[in-house]
Design a protein around this ligand. Sequence first.
Ligand SMILES: Nc1ncnc2c1ncn2[C@@H]1O[C@H](COP(=O)(O)OP(=O)(O)OP(=O)(O)O)[C@@H](O)[C@H]1O
Ligand SMILES: O=P(O)(O)O[C@@H]1[C@H](O)[C@H](O)[C@@H](OP(=O)(O)O)[C@H](OP(=O)(O)O)[C@H]1O
Length: 440
Amino acid sequence: MPKESNRRKSSSGLSGTGVINEGSRLERRAAGKSSPIYDELIQKADQISATSGAPTLMDAPRVPQVTITPEGGGSSREMQQEDWDEAVDGTLRRKLSNSSISSTGSSAVESEDDLLSDNESKSKGIITLEHLVDTGESRPWWKLKTIVHWPFSATQRRKLSWVQLAGHKGNFKAADEGTILKKFSENEMQCFDKLREDALLPFVPGYHGVVEKDGESFLHMTDLLANFDLPNVMDCKMGVRTYLEEELVRARERPKPREDLYKKMVEVDSGGPTPQEHSQRAITKPRYMQWRETMSSTNTLGFRIEGIKKHDGTCRTDFKKTRSKQDVVQVFKDFVDGNMNIIKSYLNRLSEIQQALKMSEFFKRHEVIGSSLLFIHDHTNNAQVWIIDFGKTTALPEGQTLHHDIPWQEGNREDGYLWGLENLIHTLESVGNEGTEGDI
Ligand SMILES: Nc1ncnc2c1ncn2[C@@H]1O[C@H](COP(=O)(O)OP(=O)(O)OP(=O)(O)O)[C@@H](O)[C@H]1O
Ligand SMILES: O=P(O)(O)O[C@@H]1[C@H](O)[C@H](O)[C@@H](OP(=O)(O)O)[C@H](OP(=O)(O)O)[C@H]1O
């Protein structure tokens, strides 16, 4: 992204950086970034607004500013009361404790903004998955909450070499053969419970219940890598937005400037922070997340590549500036080593997922944020795609549903998931077309 435009966005704090509104549309056009798909999306949203009486994009409120002060502590902000009233409706004011959960499972009150993390805490590839410690005693360690099969047999207690392309280190443990444990999140557990009866069930990891040990809880799920031989794995984070609306609200109420996020931003783009952010060497999490979205393809394509591990053991997670469709096409080509059969299989699977999403009651009634599609294939041409990570997937109030393919404006909770999936399919079709002209 041109630095000038990035600075302009940065200097207005949160304003407009993640919102698809008239202002950003003009900016994109000026920067030559407008695409037919984008314009189609805008038109669709305008039509929906016209028929539903919802505000048009022209009317969409901009995201009010959150300014962090050099004094630090994040106690001061430049938000006006009228901004608050305009942007924060009843939906956003709902009780945070019910639904605001970070993908690592902590509640809103104590979550992301408060718990600092840095690059060192993020997993970026091949890891050694530990089993929980076996004390060797015969007393039952595991307090069963739902269905589990414990304890592990001694032979299954070996360390497991595994691939974790995103998320926080230590979030996963080894379990019975073919299964893993993920750090408990109430939110994710509720999603898995609801998905048991949903059209999406064939596309999410098998869920085997909650287990607890020494006060720590885990979700027991199928290891999607288990049936592959030296798998190639790619994590694509879906949607036009990667943070919950209530995270914005919280950042306005209680801004928490974070030094680790400032450092991560500077590492990628030293011109990213505003002069004020440079002077206090800290930025808020929504500010960082919105910057990440504009630097990568999240805002422009509705998905982004988080990481790749290839069969030869090489891992890449340096995709923060992979933004254009052409760049993404190149990454996919390399990921499949030019194998167009794999691309075909992936396209078939994506199309099945698309159909299932359109049928899914769960999908209709949830804001799907931060969820990924996990692509896995190996030399046998086995290629699959799975929907993972429901840590930030949040139920809408009773009776409310989402389109998933219209622009987000604060308050409508749209996530752009279906729009991103459509773009992802077009992108893979382009890979196919470039690989073997007309073969796909
Ligand atoms: N069921 C699974 N089978 C195989 N691999 C998985 C599975 N679930 C997750 N992974 C691996 O772990 C990585 C992180 O998963 P996930 O996004 O669920 O974790 P997280 O801690 O919630 O991440 P974040 O904090 O980014 O939201 C994925 O990129 C993938 O490599
Ligand atoms: O990809 P990056 O650039 O490393 O940035 C991280 C990424 O956006 C994660 O999705 C987010 O965790 P959540 O999805 O759980 O919010 C994490 O927040 P965190 O630092 O607060 O964990 C960010 O630091």
